[in-house]
Design a protein around this ligand. Structure first.
Ligand code: NAD
Length: 305
């Protein structure tokens, strides 16, 4: 059987080509919700990003739908209960951006440690301030990785390549797992006390909200750098702002914020921070992967039905 796939949000053309290798593919990027409810009949699979709202009404009208692919991470735009009731499988592609986020983590860390954005701005403004921008090496420093999942593991590999010592905290791994990856397992507060760089790679949950607050910032070394490229809310921004303002720690890298964009955040006014507008997955490769990974999962699904 050749499956029929409806793609209702733009995914990379490479992914569309790959879908055409095994399926009848229709592209409909501008459907209204009512049109989608009508149009969905007869399709075996639906591929969306965040734009298409796959509501109960869409799912109830989907007479043949067996699988929904969400290219990317969040599933907020899909009524998961309605899909489950009809036995429709849901797949997404959180792994698509792993390398991009890991590279941004290390890239931003080097940029902050070598004052690259500040030096670049200063030179463009006509100054030649060589002493002001003396930085630090990564080599020989200790990085504490909180969350040893997909991204945390890639960050660990890259940090070791730079000659850093790597500490890990993740309640779901063992000291043996950490040793196998040439890292050292440490309980959270000990990791925080012993790291020159602390980087977060955990999901935002009730447990991880405000994981880094004043109490934990006070445990950090004076020259510590904190990195959050995971999710806003894991770091308490008021506590971080106060610590940075008072020079309690050396600096911070933030790609994610409690509220995005962080329009009135006082963090924007600080010098000892490197801020990016949620760019973790913003690479051509991650965008290609978001689509191709989903298409591959759907291809495998139909191979096995
Ligand atoms: P993952 O699920 O592979 O890994 C998360 C790890 O965190 C798991 O190993 C889990 O055991 C661990 N964990 C859970 N609770 C913990 C806790 N309380 N303390 C320590 N560890 C804990 O996820 P991932 O793909 O590596 O993604 C990590 C984070 O990066 C997520 O928050 C994700 O949303 C974020 N992310 C950000 C961007 C961006 O654009 N900046 C892009 C992709 C992912």
């Amino acid at each position: 059987m050749i499956p029929k796939i409806l793609i209702s949000d733009r995914i990379h053309k490479k992914a569309i080509e790959e879908a055409k290798e095994f399926a009848d593919v229709d592209l409909e990027f501008n459907l209204t919700h009512e049109e989608l409810i009508e149009r969905i009949r007869g399709y075996d699979a639906l591929i969306v990003r965040s734009g298409t709202k796959v509501t109960k009404d869409v799912i109830e009208n989907a007479d043949k739908l067996k699988i929904i692919g969400r290219a990317g991470v969040g599933l907020d735009n899909i009524d998961l209960n309605a899909a489950k009731k009809k036995g429709i499988k849901i797949v997404n592609s959180p792994e698509a951006s792993t390398i991009s986020v890991a590279e941004l983590t290390i890239g931003s860390l080097i940029a902050l440690m070598r004052n690259i954005p500040h030096a670049h701005r200063s030179l463009k403004e006509g100054r030649w301030e060589r002493e002001k921008f003396e930085g630090n090496e990564l080599y020989g420093k200790t990085i504490g990785i909180i969350g040893f999942g997909r991204i945390g593991r890639e960050v660990a590999d890259r940090a070791r390549a730079f000659g850093m010592n790597v500490l890990i905290f993740d309640p779901n791994i063992t000291a043996e797992d950490a040793r196998e990856a040439n890292c050292e397992y440490m309980e959270l507060d000990e990791l925080i006390k012993n790291s020159d760089v602390i980087t977060l790679h955990v999901p935002l949950t009730n447990e991880t909200r405000n994981l880094i607050d004043k109490k934990r910032i006070d445990m950090m070394k004076e020259n510590a750098i904190l990195i959050n490229v995971a999710r806003g809310g894991i770091v308490n921004e008021v506590d971080l702002y106060t610590a940075l303002k008072e020079g309690r720690i050396k600096g911070a890298v933030l790609d994610v914020f409690e509220s995005e964009p962080p329009e009135r955040s006082p963090l924007l006014k600080l010098e000892n921070v490197l801020l990016t507008p949620h760019l973790g997955a913003s690479t051509e490769e991650a965008q290609i992967n978001a689509g191709t990974v989903i298409v591959e999962k759907i291809r495998n699904f139909f191979r096995n039905v």
